[in-house]
Design a protein around this ligand. Structure first.
Ligand code: DX5
Ligand code: ZN
Length: 230
């Protein structure tokens, strides 16, 4: 279908030249820019926050897909909304009690809500967030332990993608307003792992090291798009 989204992870870019790295990825055919926000607490690494998103937003109109690897996602909603984030994907492990409030606030700030889960978290934990009155629109299945780029793809996570796809058949149809949910995979994706993810039913692909490490990022992006669209 026409719903493939390829989202280079800017974690693998040269942060000192973020604006030019972003426009390079867009020229190479990226649909979204994936922004990994970490707090040094939920994960053992620290990256960027709202001030950097605000700076980048001045240089691009691209969809900024923010992945919040933070312990208190609620604290980030207002600043990221103001900064111009497009998507706000929080971790289910960090939102046990307050996800309804969280989703509502994300939407009220004009962002698209998503939920992410770590490799050790069962897929059942996100069902209430897809089925609630105020549902998330994207599910991010981590295919590495969150925190760092360049790790090995965990193919056993494809079972979660298959289960989601089976339970919510229209999950991938971006423009189906009855159930506009996207299934995103994140970690270790590239030419050698894309077919496994695509055939399991993922339609949005985050890729950092495989894209930024390639001599021709455009080729990697188009190869992954073909695999998803097939
Ligand atoms: C990991 C991040 C990913 C990461 C992906 O915590 O969520 O977005 O940057 O990088 P690669 O594609 O190198 O695994
Ligand atoms: Zn990510």
């Amino acid at each position: 279908g026409a719903s493939a989204k390829i989202a280079p992870s800017m974690l693998s870019s040269d942060f000192a030249n973020l604006a030019s790295e972003a426009s390079r990825m867009l020229r190479c055919g990226a649909d979204w820019l994936h922004m990994d926000i970490m707090d040094g607490h939920f994960v053992p690494n620290l990256t960027i926050g709202a001030p950097v998103i605000e700076s980048l937003r001045k240089h691009t109109t691209a969809y900024l897909d923010c992945h919040l690897m933070v312990t208190n996602p609620l604290d980030y909603v207002e600043p990221l909304g103001k900064a111009g984030a497009s998507g706000f994907t929080f971790h289910v492990e960090a939102s046990k009690e307050n996800w309804q409030e969280l989703v509502q606030k994300i939407k009220s700030k004009g962002m698209r809500p998503g939920v992410a889960l770590k490799p050790g978290t069962p897929i059942e934990e996100v069902y209430p967030l897809i089925e609630g009155e105020n549902p998330v629109e994207l599910v991010l299945v981590m295919t590495v332990e969150p925190g760092f780029g360049g790790q090995k793809f965990m193919s056993e996570m494809m079972e979660k993608v298959r289960v989601l796809r089976k339970k919510y058949p229209s999950l991938d149809i971006e423009h189906n307003h009855e159930n506009p949910v996207t299934v995103l995979v994140d970690g270790g994706l590239g030419p050698s792992t894309i077919d496994a993810a695509a055939s399991a039913g993922a339609n949005c692909i985050v890729a950092g090291s495989s894209v930024f490490g390639a001599p021709e990022p455009a080729q990697v992006i188009s190869l992954m798009r073909k695999s998803v669209d097939e």
